[in-house]
Design a protein around this ligand. Structure first.
Ligand code: SF4
Length: 192
């Protein structure tokens, strides 16, 4: 009979849940059936690389973001793995466009032209199609639902996504990070 220590079992559980979160993001509904979602699991030494990138991004930022980057870097270090979910912000089927105007442009073609002059110094250089942003929200909701249903502590983090985007780990215009933890007290809330 084998004995599996709790730490090993909890690590395995988190990786299983992370895998299921990735699957949930992939199968989440996508506008017009066009999938521009990008996903990745981070663990091991890449968590430290991400945490350092978050801290390195803080100087010169507005205080609220700088403080969040530094605080959330500590959360990433306290995590056992993390899920990244991003989206390419291009309009769906531009050959047969919606031209809905939600992005602030009259046509999808105008947005595509504006994307040619993006400011790479921004966290998430836009513009992005508003319909694609909705897809990202749906995918994120589907993923964290899986974590919650499996009692794995998690939190959606803009700050993680900023650092992951700077590292170019995903081919995406907007990225959000979801660190995962199994412990007696969630590290992601009541952080002081
Ligand atoms: S949000 Fe903009 S790019 Fe997206 S479908 Fe509407 S007009 Fe086109």
């Amino acid at each position: 009979m084998a004995r599996i220590e709790s730490q090993t079992a909890e690590q395995d559980a988190m990786r299983t849940v992370a895998n299921l979160m990735i699957a949930a993001a992939r199968t989440a509904p996508k506008a017009r059936g066009v999938d521009e979602i990008r996903t990745m699991i981070i663990d091991g030494e890449d968590l430290e690389i991400l945490a350092r990138a978050m801290e390195d991004t803080a100087p010169g930022r507005p205080e609220i973001i700088a403080n969040g980057l530094k605080r959330d870097a500590g959360n990433v270090r306290a995590s056992h793995c993390a899920v990244l979910i991003g989206i390419r912000g291009v309009p769906k089927k531009p050959e047969n466009p919606f031209d809905c105007g939600a992005c602030g442009f009259r046509t999808c073609e105008n947005l595509l032209k504006a994307r040619e002059k993006r400011d790479a110094s921004q966290d998430f250089p836009g513009p992005v199609c508003a319909i694609a942003s909705i897809d990202l929200g749906v995918a994120l909701g589907s993923a964290v639902k899986v974590a919650a249903e499996n009692n794995v502590d998690n939190r959606m983090m803009y700050t993680m996504g900023v650092a992951a985007a700077k590292l170019k780990w995903l081919e995406a215009d907007i990225v959000m990070g979801i660190p995962l933890s199994v412990s007696g007290k969630s590290p992601y809330f009541d952080r002081g």
